[in-house]
Ligand binder design. Sequence first.
Ligand code: MRU
Length: 370
Amino acid sequence: MKVDGVVRRSIQLAADGRSVEIVDQTLLPHRFVTRTLRNLADAVEAIGSMRVRGAPLIGATAAYGVGLQMREEPSDASLKRAIEDLLATRPTAVNLPWALEEMRSALHDVPPAAREERAYQRAAEICDEDVENCRAIGEHGLRLIEALRETRTGRDPLNVLTHCNAGWLATVDWGTALAPIYLAHDRGIPIHVWVDETRPRNQGASLTAWELGEHGVPHTVIADSAGGHLMQRGKVDLCITGSDRTTATGDVCNKIGTYLQALAARDNAVPFYTALPSSSIDWTLSDGIAEIPIEERDGSELSCVRGRTADGDTVEVAVLPASSPVANPGFDITPARLVTGLITERGVCEASRAGLIGLFPERAGGASDS
Ligand code: MRU
């Protein structure tokens, strides 16, 4: 993606070839600021505070976090500690344990003296693989968009609703849900995006709206509760979201509020697709509601809202009575039956075990549906 005309990724090596440069997503949309991660603690803090967020990017940052630690101390104990510390940051996105397992298996048979080099090599591969997977998701999703557009001649633009941020900021580049939208826009398909604000952290309003604006994609930010109304009025042609963890049976775990949009989509016969790289599939799980750990975040994310004043100062204001208790689950599960299809790097499939195995036959033989 380009920011101010400069091609960049959401995570990349700094000029010294070892430190890691991220975009501090807590400062967007008002300030685009990069931040340098120099050690394991920096990587742990960046993921936990959501300076970096989005399932694929969490995995990529964790991979480099292991590299940073191998640079300081390449022993077995140090590798173990890095993996444990990073694993404890956020529980829901399966890309985190996936990337850490990739790092562990790449490093455990390597002599300590060679671990730093190998760690950076594998982390770079994980990033490159993510870029390639997201680009492929974009191509497969684009074909869906083109097919849908053909069924509605003369009614441009195509209106797509998305939730949270599943764009290039959430991955290494391109994004998942937004990749087909960028490609469609670039290829001249008139497209407009309804952007759910995505309370409490406003990833839609702050990040998706910013990304789409930078790329010139027409969009409108809406309250999370507006989607159902727009669908009833025929103003949504398609929903596409991302996923933090998809079960082997096609249940999708994504940012809180996704399930309600999927229910509204089903009630209004609007196709609801989830775009995800295979690193977001948890092949060990078959029941998303029972088995996927849902992150509970601090109540202050709900009770306070952060924004910019007319003077350009960033301030945080309370929006709740100080004594009201708050619950803040970060994710919800959309059961496979509400998902029209999964858009993966290998193509589009039904949200089911059979559908996923059709695209990933090497995964056949796992646990069966209960
Ligand atoms: O809490 P976040 O901002 O990390 O949640 C992100 C999402 O829910 C995204 O939709 C998901 O990670 C898919 S990103 C391609």
